[in-house]
Ligand binder design. Structure first.
Ligand code: URA
Length: 188
């Protein structure tokens, strides 16, 4: 397992797949490095690629706003990253090979942070972290526990921008996340 600095540097220099050659910025992840809560998305979009920060575009702002309403912030309560650290062109879904080559970085981040709750945002994160075969519409909002880590998938915030009807269940899922957070940490 690499420490934070070496891991960051390794990601920065990574050219294992073509995504590393076409990016403007590698998007490592950010938030509290000792967080009990970790959010995992798919891959950086245009705004993230331009800035080097995860979830800063419209979808990210929507997520931040919802979490802020639950008094959960990046600085204090959670860490947020993606399956792939570089942007696939035109925001296509990362290829299996790209995801597999990038996953060791995510596993290393997980091992350093040791979160007690993982929330997968969307089908790609769900596929590589929780269940390869599941459908997001079927398993979203359901908790699974593995070695003391509680995992849930919910819709990707970008899906809410395309379909307003998903907002209500997304909000219900995030409330469950807050509830679990309070239950496990004792923090309000
Ligand atoms: N979508 C993602 O999955 N990740 C980001 O960082 C931004 C948009």
């Amino acid at each position: 397992m690499l420490g934070w600095q070496t891991l960051y540097q390794t990601c920065l220099e990574c050219k294992r797949c073509p995504l590393g050659q076409n990016r403007n910025n590698m998007v490592f992840g950010e938030g509290n490095l000792q967080a009990d809560l970790m959010f995992i998305g798919e891959a950086p979009g245009r705004d993230e690629d331009m800035t080097g920060h995860p979830f800063v575009g419209r979808a990210g702002q929507l997520l931040d706003k919802a979490l802020l309403a639950l008094e959960l912030t990046r600085q204090e309560h959670y860490y947020i990253t993606n399956i792939c650290k570089c942007r696939p062109q035109n925001n296509r879904v990362p290829l299996e090979e790209e995801a597999q080559l990038c996953l060791p970085f995510l596993r290393n981040q997980f091992a350093l942070i040791k979160p007690r709750i993982i929330v997968c945002l969307g089908a790609t994160a769900m596929k590589y972290v929780i269940d390869r075969e599941a459908r997001i519409s079927k398993i979203r909002g359901q908790w699974r526990e593995c070695k003391g880590v509680h995992m849930m998938a919910t819709f990707h915030p970008a899906a809410l921008l395309r379909d307003e009807n998903k907002k209500r269940v997304f909000w219900e899922d995030l409330k469950q996340v807050k509830h679990k957070y309070v239950e496990l940490t004792g923090e309000k």
